[in-house]
Design a protein around this ligand. Structure first.
Ligand code: DLL
Length: 433
């Protein structure tokens, strides 16, 4: 069993909790002094660092939401001078603007340590050649795994996503032994390999480091059989850091939190009340050590449960179950976060189409398909092929700019989509996982 930081990862619970308390108190003071938004929030709630005497006193601190990050776009929640920020990442927001996060040099160091821990817990070593098939860019997945894996001494192949046949060629030629991707892309690569006459089991890939989207036990088994590999899951989100928040060890009985850096809580998503240990609810996380954009009690919207007993691997850090869903309407399509409201605001700004639309998601070759049916405002348009094609291209382009995703656009007759008495059901999710 390999550990990246054995002493920390196997530390007795009361020591973990002592570190968390000390860091929490420091954090409250830090954001109070450095982030005007938190200064105001904490003052309104009457919270100061010396009021935090035990970990449960965290309950007096108000929650932070994605809307708070959006309202302070782009750098309003940063706690350091912009000069100290050495990297920016971003993920989708609920409106056209992304959710922006910034890292100091120390944040990048912590990030790679957290990722190093989870990759070693999953079984990666310096002997591995690891192909990273996440898209490199503002998305945290690729660069996050990249630096963590370099830290453990693995050989990193930053092949990015797409161009699947080339990915397979590199795997074969380089002897890639571990694969970083979404679970659905991992399965898709195996299908393409078969199509071009290569049995993926004959490739050398023995370990899967999957994350960024959910994966059922059934899909995991399919992937393992297709590749003859050991599949592990890891969880994270851009606002908290990216990957590195939690990850599975070889026991695969939950994803170990990096509890010295992240303090998790579970709350009732409706009432906001903190739930007793072991209950299922929305995950709320406080970043204990971040300098660039520290967050107090961030509502992740992911629904899960946390276990605190020591794992058979020896790690004492709490384990979170695979999220079963979300308490908001965010969709993960082809690994990209999409809010229906983003689509709506694009469509509303185009006069030739109405605000009536329907998002249809499906599965083809184990990958997501993404179509949007949109009513045009003037039926006459449907008889003019040239005009229709122009409009289709315009809608496609505008959505691509905002979402970073290709959607198949179907323009349909006015009033042809279903109408709803109550809350509109705009998403039809036929995906099989
Ligand atoms: O997906 C960070 C990441 C990259 C994690 C690579 C692991 C590997 P975001 O794009 O901000 O960040 O999306 C965060 O994705 O709130 C969950 O809803 C979902 N998610 C992430 N990991 C998992 C997972 C990255 N292992 C959102 N299982 C989160 C289920 C996941 N859902």
């Amino acid at each position: 069993m390999h550990f990246f930081q054995r002493d920390i990862e196997t530390m007795p619970r009361r020591e973990i909790e002592a570190i968390q308390l000390e860091r929490l108190r420091h954090l409250v003071d830090y954001v109070d002094r450095n982030v005007p938004f938190y200064h105001k929030r904490l003052a309104e709630a009457g919270v100061t660092a010396d009021k935090i005497k035990t970990l449960s006193d965290i309950q007096y601190i108000p929650y932070t939401t994605k809307a708070d990050i959006r309202d302070t776009y782009p750098f309003g929640l940063f706690a350091v001078d912009r000069k100290k920020i050495v990297r920016i990442h971003a993920s989708s927001g609920t409106t056209g603007k992304p959710t922006v996060v910034g890292y100091t040099k120390r944040d990048l160091e912590t990030w790679s340590e957290c990722v190093a821990r989870l990759t070693m817990a999953a079984g990666a070593t310096e002997d591995d050649i690891v192909q990273i098939c996440f898209g490199y860019g503002l998305f945290t997945g690729a660069l996050g795994l990249h630096y963590g894996l370099e830290k453990i001494g693995a050989t990193v192949v930053p092949s990015s996503s797409g161009n699947t046949e080339k990915q397979i060629m590199l795997m074969k030629d380089f002897g890639t032994s571990a694969l970083v991707s979404t679970p659905s892309y991992a399965y898709y690569i195996s299908e393409v390999a078969r199509d071009i006459g290569i049995d993926p089991r004959t490739l050398n890939v023995r370990l899967g480091l999957f994350g960024s989207e959910g994966c059922t036990v059934e899909l995991r088994e399919k992937i393992e059989q297709a590749w003859n590999l050991f599949a592990t899951d890891n969880y994270g989100m851009s606002e908290l850091m990216g990957p590195g928040v939690s990850g599975e060890c070889r026991e695969r009985c939950g994803m170990h939190f990096a509890e010295d850096h992240f303090l998790p809580e579970i709350i009732d998503p409706e009432s906001g009340a903190v739930l007793p240990r072991g209950e299922q609810g929305e995950l709320v996380v406080t970043t204990l050590t971040k300098e660039g954009i520290p967050l107090l009690r961030y509502r992740t919207k992911d629904i899960t449960r946390i276990h605190y007993d020591t794992c058979a691997c020896g790690r004492t850090h709490a384990r979170m179950e695979k999220p079963t869903g979300r308490s908001d309407d965010m969709l993960k399509i082809k690994g990209v976060n999409v809010f229906p409201s983003q689509i709506e605001s694009v469509l509303i700004a185009i006069p030739q189409v109405g605000a009536n639309y329907q998002i249809v998601l499906g599965t083809k070759n184990y990958m997501d398909t993404f179509e949007i049916n949109i009513e045009v405002t003037d039926a006459a348009l449907l008889d003019h092929f040239g005009e229709l094609e122009k409009l289709q291209k315009l809608v496609h382009h505008k959505l691509q700019t905002v979402l970073g995703l290709d959607a198949k656009i179907n323009l349909v007759q006015p009033r042809s989509l279903e109408r709803f008495q109550g809350k509109a059901k705009r998403v039809i999710d036929n995906r099989v996982r």
